[in-house]
Design a protein around this ligand. Structure first.
Ligand code: ATP
Length: 333
């Protein structure tokens, strides 16, 4: 029986990359029944407001969604829909595997990192106010509960998949209380996993080490804001934002989405690279127990990259979104 999945096409390049991904999954005969919905800003701050949102209701019911990027206005305008959905659905773990693709030339080979980003608090709580004209206060919220929960997620994942090392990334030398508690919480969890090496690294030093010696890292465990920034840095290590998939995972639901945003500069031009979205769908297929289809889709993507003749502009080719998608469909075994 087909698994129901909520499809949120998103905006900007979202409809192009999600359309390409849906076509690929149909060609691969994935057993998925899509329920397409448009995500809109959640009005109001109460839990009941979020619980009444049609997308929140649908994802809570079917438990899985594939989502394109949604633009967040800069400076003013509505709050981020992406952040609101993660909070409303308690998708506390943001999981981002960063790996080289065959044929993409980058300064480093065999990069294989897992980023685990706390997804519900930190400066993303959006608690800002004007203290007096000219002075704004923005609150960074870190709790022991959320820090322990994300640490457990990371260490459990490492144990299950044989990962060897987790580096907690922080700025506890400056934010002694908040980042200090983040680290304290992780240390307690780490004690229960003696087989996994545990390290701590200050975020600025981490950035430098990553661009010089990425192989010295295995899994990175970060608060929300550092996780956002370091994710883009890591995407750059393997060829850019068009390539890195992601998942937002909670106990009841999961939303799979690319690391990139809506890229308004190339929206509607048939130029976007749908790989990150397609690889997010690969993660989704594994999550819903369709690992065989996931493997075939992933192999087809790798085959097109290995051949290198029909790649999109962001990775040095001249193919359109559509031409690349057709190439991947043609490479399905
Ligand atoms: P946000 O803050 O919304 O997460 P971002 O900072 O991740 O967004 P994006 O809009 O994703 O920024 O992208 C930054 C730039 O990277 C874009 O302007 C675009 O040129 C490029 N880019 C991102 N995604 C893709 C893609 N799938 N294909 C090609 N280029 C992309």
């Amino acid at each position: 029986m087909a698994t129901k999945v909520v499809l949120i096409p998103g905006d900007g390049i979202g409809p192009e990359v999600s359309g390409a991904t849906v076509r690929l999954l149909e060609a691969a005969k994935a057993e998925v029944e899509w329920e397409e919905l448009e995500a809109k800003p959640i009005v109001g701050h109460r839990k009941e407001d979020a619980d009444a949102d049609p997308v929140v209701i649908a994802v809570n019911r079917v438990h899985v969604a594939l989502k394109g990027p949604l633009t967040t206005p800069i400076g003013s305008g509505h709050r981020s829909i992406n952040v609101a959905l993660r909070k409303a659905l308690e998708l506390y773990a943001n999981f981002r595997p960063v790996k080289n693709l065959p044929g993409i030339r980058t300064p480093f080979h065999n990069v294989d990192l897992i980023i685990v980003r706390e997804n519900t608090e930190d400066l993303y709580a959006g608690l800002e106010h004007v203290v007096v004209p000219g002075v704004v206060e923005s609150l960074k919220i870190i709790t022991e509960h959320a820090s322990t929960r994300i640490a457990r997620f990371a260490f459990e994942y490492a144990r299950r998949t044989g990962r060897k090392m987790i580096s907690a990334v922080h700025k506890a030398n400056i934010m002694k209380l908040s980042d200090g508690m983040f680290l304290e919480s992780i240390r307690k969890v780490a004690e229960g996993y003696p087989e996994i090496e545990y390290r701590e690294v200050i975020v600025d030093n981490c950035c430098m080490q990553l661009v010089m010696r990425p192989h010295e890292f295995d899994m990175l465990l970060l608060e929300n804001l550092y996780g956002d920034i370091v994710s883009d840095l890591c995407a750059g290590l393997v060829g850019g934002l068009g390539l890195v998939p992601g998942a937002n995972l909670g106990d009841n639901a999961a939303i799979f989405e690319a690391v990139h945003g809506s890229a308004p500069d190339i929206a509607g031009k048939n130029l976007a690279n749908p790989t990150a979205m397609m690889l997010s769908a690969v993660l989704m297929l594994r999550h819903i127990g369709q690992g065989d289809v996931a493997d075939r889709v992933e192999k087809a993507i790798h085959a097109v990259y290995r051949e290198g003749a029909r790649l999109t502009r962001d990775v040095g080719g001249d193919a359109t979104t559509e031409e690349f998608t057709q190439a991947v469909i043609g490479a399905l075994a």
